[in-house]
Design a binder for this molecule. Structure first.
Ligand SMILES: [Zn+2]
Length: 396
């Protein structure tokens, strides 16, 4: 059995130990401060006698350390160091997760903690039950009050039959040994957990929820959060973005959500109108006669592509018909379609049009489309495609 130094002192970063076993890249020590991960918290990394400790795992009551390139054997003494920046970030977030979920479950007791994932790039918990941004705002306020109140975080081992376990947060199926460690945050929370924690909530500095999204299965939510300096930096960055967003839609920051919702409504109305006018314009299109073929062509600003494509497909339902249309938004999209009875290849016509505007496209013989980044050159592309069609029809 490895002596688990992190249990007695989660702040210990440097220690020496004796190698007890070696298996390939994996090294077992008589004692270790490397946390092998658990309770959703990722394992530590660090250095063993100057070599990188890449992965640490718990295996059959032992802690095994992956140290690529080592030449150690049983009995060797090693100097070890835990990557403290990483560990501190992880154990802070882990304690932050205790705090956040405890506050949430107090607000809404039916919430169930499904999954915890505390890694360097991402700290998240998946919760089953109804959650909302207003709830998150309230929970964050309480969490940050608890941080400001500098609540002590302590732990104590109790027997698995202890009365203490009756009213704490615990997942009974996760208890393996005879003893259970109870982690307490002030008078706010008691939970069974064998992980590593900070000693006082003030070490969190700040807790910020950065994302709330629906997760699978339906009814689950994933909450992402950050603590410490990263939380502060993210809060400042997002606050500045929010203020700029409010300014750009000429709303008071407090009214930004309403303003966006109004804008969305107005956009839908405008899109409907453009679609209706676009359909009318498409219906009124008169074909030109080119070498015995009916050619429909036009440039449509801001019309959604689906409406345009539907109309094109309708037009080429008639024999001896070609449609060359351009749709213009931030980009230029050119469509070429030919009725099935014609030998003309749409792709050839399209390429002649796109060539003059450095565009790219593809498709089938009867329907091809492509784009270019110069919306203002739509007429040029359209004319080139029409000239191309004329040339191909004459040659044929
Ligand atoms: Zn914990």
């Amino acid at each position: 059995m490895t002596r688990l130094l992190y249990e007695a002192d989660p702040y210990l970063t440097k220690f020496d130990a004796t190698v007890t076993k070696v298996q390939g890249e994996w090294v077992v020590l008589d004692r270790t401060a490397f946390f092998p991960g658990g309770g959703g918290q990722d394992h530590d990394t660090g250095w063993m006698s100057g070599l990188e400790v890449k992965v640490v795992r718990s295996q059959d009551g032992e802690v095994v350390h992956q140290v690529p390139g080592h030449a150690l054997s049983a009995g060797d003494r090693v100097d070890c160091e835990v990557d403290w920046e990483r560990r501190n970030d992880l154990m802070r977030a882990h304690t932050g997760e205790h705090l956040l979920f405890s506050i949430l479950s107090r607000m809404s007791p039916e919430l169930e903690l499904v999954k915890i994932a505390i890694t360097s790039p991402k700290k998240s918990l998946v919760v089953r039950g109804e959650l909302s941004w207003p709830m998150m705002a309230q929970a964050q306020e309480q969490a940050n009050e608890a941080i400001a109140a500098q609540l002590p975080v302590s732990d104590v081992w109790v027997s698995k039959n202890s009365e203490v376990l009756k009213d704490i947060r615990i997942k009974v199926d996760r208890i393996h040994g005879d003893k259970v460690r109870v982690v307490t945050i002030g008078d706010l929370d008691k939970a069974a957990c064998a992980g590593v924690h900070i000693q006082n909530t003030r070490e969190l500095k700040m807790l910020l929820v950065t994302k709330l999204t629906s997760a699978r299965p339906v009814g689950d939510y994933e909450i992402e959060f950050e603590t410490g300096r990263r939380a502060m930096q993210t809060a400042l960055r997002l606050s500045s973005i929010g203020l700029q967003a409010a300014e750009s839609v000429r709303a008071q920051p407090e009214h930004l959500l309403n303003a966006l919702s109004n804008l969305k409504g107005e956009l839908l109305v405008a899109q409907d109108a453009v679609r209706a006018y676009g359909r009318q314009a498409l219906k009124r299109l008169e074909p030109e006669k080119v070498e015995g073929v009916r050619l429909y062509s036009g440039i449509f600003d801001g019309l959604d592509k689906k409406t345009l494509v539907d109309s094109i497909n309708e037009l080429i339902g008639a024999d001896r018909t070609v449609a060359i249309m351009a749709s213009v938004d931030e980009r230029l999209t050119l469509f070429v379609a030919t009725s099935k009875d014609l030998e003309i290849d749409s792709r050839e016509v399209l390429n002649r049009g796109l060539k003059v505007v450095d565009g790219k496209g593809g498709g089938g013989k009867n329907f091809a489309s492509g784009g270019a980044s110069h919306p203002q050159r739509a007429k040029e592309a359209l004319d080139a495609a029409k000239d191309g069609l004329r040339a191909l029809l004459t040659a044929g």
